[in-house]
Design a binder for this molecule. Structure first.
Ligand SMILES: NC(=O)c1ccc[n+]([C@@H]2O[C@H](COP(=O)([O-])OP(=O)(O)OC[C@H]3O[C@@H](n4cnc5c(N)ncnc54)[C@H](OP(=O)(O)O)[C@@H]3O)[C@@H](O)[C@H]2O)c1
Length: 219
């Protein structure tokens, strides 16, 4: 094999959209992809935080741009993909559906608004973004979708019946899209982490989860 390891493990020239890249897992994914040479676009609702992150990345020499958008809103998802399309010349290699949220409650306590917020942020937006990205992923000739799922989509954890349902749905969607879009050279995978200390976790009570339980799934 004549190529160096750096050449074999390179994303040079690849384009990526990572949702929710300002904090936590999404932030780490943005940094990892750019370190491998990809050009990344990310998004979040908090424009001030987004601009701060973009300045930090710029000062490190990483190629990251961003859009302030609320993925709960269909029109904002469409606008995001239009921006990505024009920035990346109609071709996208990697879509990471990472942005997500939860509200910890007993199943009897959830309101209609809670249901809508969690479902729309975690599942509907990831589904719709995948639809919107499809022509761009296909045009790249080498497309990838990665859903950031959760172990809660596989096992039962307290206080997260809606969140867990969005992740279970995401796991199934991964399989369906992988079968439907494989012919277009689009790979579809899901990563299902267990607990990673981020702002999402800091915002909820984690004492209910057995500390010895440690699982990471790659679906
Ligand atoms: N941390 C864990 O232990 C864990 C375990 C399993 C799975 N996961 C999954 O991993 C993913 C990332 O979680 P995290 O822990 O890194 O969360 P986090 O620290 O709360 O970060 C979430 C990111 O998503 C953005 N975001 C949230 N809602 C959004 C919306 N409506 N529109 C646009 N951007 C939005 C946030 O920015 P703004 O708030 O400014 O919008 C932020 O950049 C989620 O899908 C989560 O379910 C996390």
């Amino acid at each position: 094999m004549s190529e160096s390891r750096e050449q074999r493990w390179s994303l040079k020239g690849m384009t990526a959209l990572v949702t929710g890249g300002t904090r936590g897992i999404g932030h780490a994914i943005v940094e990892e992809l750019t370190a491998f040479g990809a050009i990344v676009h990310t998004c979040s609702r908090n424009e001030t935080e987004l601009n701060e992150r973009i300045q930090e990345w710029k000062s490190k020499g990483l190629k990251v741009s961003g859009s302030a958008c609320d993925l709960k809103i269909r029109a904002e998802r469409q606008k995001l993909m239009e921006t990505v399309c024009s920035e990346f010349d109609g071709k996208l290699n990697i879509l990471v559906n990472n942005a997500g949220t939860t509200i910890p409650k007993e199943a009897t306590e959830f309101t209609m608004e809670d249901f809508s917020t969690i479902m729309t942020t975690n599942f509907e937006s990831a589904y719709h973004l995948s639809q919107l990205a499809y022509p761009l992923l296909k045009a790249s000739g080498n497309g990838n979708i990665i859903f950031i799922s959760s172990v809660t989509g596989v096992i039962a954890v307290p206080l997260c019946s809606i969140y867990a349902s969005t992740k279970g749905a995401m796991n199934q969607l991964t399989k369906n899209l992988a079968c439907e879009w494989g012919k277009d050279n689009i790979r579809v995978n899901a990563v299902a982490p267990w607990i990673i200390r981020t702002s999402l976790i800091d915002s909820i009570e984690v004492q209910l989860i057995p500390p010895h339980f440690s699982v990471n799934c790659y679906i």
